[in-house]
Design a protein around this ligand. Structure first.
Ligand code: SF4
Length: 116
């Protein structure tokens, strides 16, 4: 995986760096071409949610769950020591999409529209 933007990029979460950064809606998102699937999901989340709905960790962004306009992150005002438990709770509340659910979601899309 290579990225020509590495030196100038200000996205806090990068698929080429394994760190514990977090993303606030409104922050830049990775713009690399041909990114991993979770970065495509991150871009969809960035299009749907507004600033002020909490913070998203990389594990949350990697979760292949339903993405909605009402999606919220975890509370950034809580102490950092609480974040792992909040992250776990968030992941429990946002389960992976099953193949059956994906088929059903695709069947509801207008013809010619891309998906997930
Ligand atoms: S976040 Fe994406 S665009 Fe930015 S340096 Fe990493 S791979 Fe490149």
């Amino acid at each position: 995986m290579e990225c020509g933007s590495f030196r100038n990029c200000s996205a806090p979460i990068c698929p080429m760096v394994d760190n514990r950064a977090a993303w606030f809606p409104g922050d830049p998102v990775c713009v690399m071409q041909h990114p991993p699937e979770w970065v495509e999901r991150h871009r969809r989340i960035a299009r749907k949610v507004k600033p002020g709905v909490g913070v998203f960790t990389r594990r949350m962004l990697e979760r292949d769950c339903r993405i909605t306009k009402g999606m919220k992150g975890i509370d950034p005002e809580r102490p950092l020591k609480d974040w792992p438990a909040m992250e776990e709770k968030w992941l429990e509340a946002h389960p992976e999409i099953t193949p059956e659910e994906r088929e059903e979601m695709i069947s509801r899309l207008p013809k010619g529209k891309g998906f997930l």
